[in-house]
Design a protein around this ligand. Structure first.
Ligand code: 0O2
Length: 267
């Protein structure tokens, strides 16, 4: 097939990957802006390379005219979560979205692969708008924890190096590492609440501080400079105590002061 034809075939898949990466990143942003823990930690996507499509087609004996129908991971999205529990939250989130439908799913976390591989896979149907109208395509979404991703990345590169001939001692060490990853994920889940609390209070603090700084900046434009410097010194004093409760009270008081100035300037 000519390169130009490949480009035309792969273009809607590239569009789907771009759009989905933006959409899943937006979920992270929305959670962070609301000061809520995001079940998604990172998102990335890729379009399968031509050589890897050809390799898969050959391995599975798929003719090139049936390629789009039978190779369901031409467009791939990988969602990385911190905890196993988050994976199922993301699965649920995907199932409830109106812009994609789930065609099939495989839970390789409950049903770990013989290699030791763990991840949650979903094939979704997603529509992109093209010059020739809407096109519904398949996208594979792999959802895994940071630890599962670490293992899969290393194992994938070893698989690539050794193909079908992975030395026995290496594959047995990979199996041991996969077991260690399960224990690590379980350990992380057991301290999940504490980690989430710490992350939430970090986000809340960052929001309060950002609000205070915006208010102080605006006060410089309208209020007496000496008064603003006093407010600023008070902010630094409270900030240094590290007391979130005091910081939040100070922020509310500052909101009232700023509101007063706004009302004055309008009247
Ligand atoms: P690449 O290079 O990642 O794109 P399918 O092959 O998709 O038609 P299958 O085998 O039932 O059918 O699909 P499965 O099991 O859902 O696997 C699809 C993808 O999952 C693979 O894509 C890998 O990315 C990943 N995967 C599956 N098994 C393993 C494993 O044992 N180790 C690692 N590291 N990754 C795995 P590709 O096309 O194989 O490769």
């Amino acid at each position: 097939m000519e390169i130009q034809l490949w480009r035309e075939i792969l273009d809607p898949y590239a569009l789907a990957v771009d759009e989905l990466v933006v959409k899943f990143n937006h979920i992270i942003k929305e959670h962070r802006m609301a000061g809520i823990y995001s079940p998604i930690e990172q998102v990335n996507g890729r379009v399968k390379t031509i050589s890897s499509i050809l390799e898969k087609a050959q391995k599975k004996q798929i003719s090139l005219d049936k390629m789009e129908e039978h190779i369901e991971d031409i467009a791939g999205i990988r969602i990385i979560c911190q905890f196993v529990e988050d994976i199922y939250k993301v699965v649920d989130m995907i199932k409830h979205r109106s812009d994609m439908t789930v065609k099939s799913e495989k839970d390789y976390i409950v049903n770990q692969k013989a290699s030791g591989y763990r991840s949650y896979h979903m094939i979704i149907c997603y529509t992109v708008e093209t010059m020739r109208g809407p096109r519904e395509i398949h996208v594979e979404i792999q959802i895994r924890t940071l630890a599962m991703n670490f293992w899969a990345t290393i194992e994938h590169s070893l698989q690539y190096k050794y193909k079908e001939n992975m030395p026995e001692n290496l594959s047995s060490r990979l199996h041991k590492a996969a077991e260690a990853i399960i224990v690590l994920d379980q350990e992380m889940s057991s301290v999940r609440d504490e980690i989430m609390d710490a992350q939430n209070s970090f986000n809340i603090k960052a929001h309060i501080v950002a609000d205070i700084l915006t208010n102080i900046q605006n006060l410089y434009k309208v209020a007496n400079k000496r008064e603003v410097v006093k407010i600023q010194d008070e902010f630094f004093r409270i900030y240094n105590t590290g007391d979130l409760e005091q910081l939040s009270r100070f922020s509310r008081e500052l909101d009232i002061i700023s509101e007063g100035y706004r009302a004055q300037s309008l009247g």
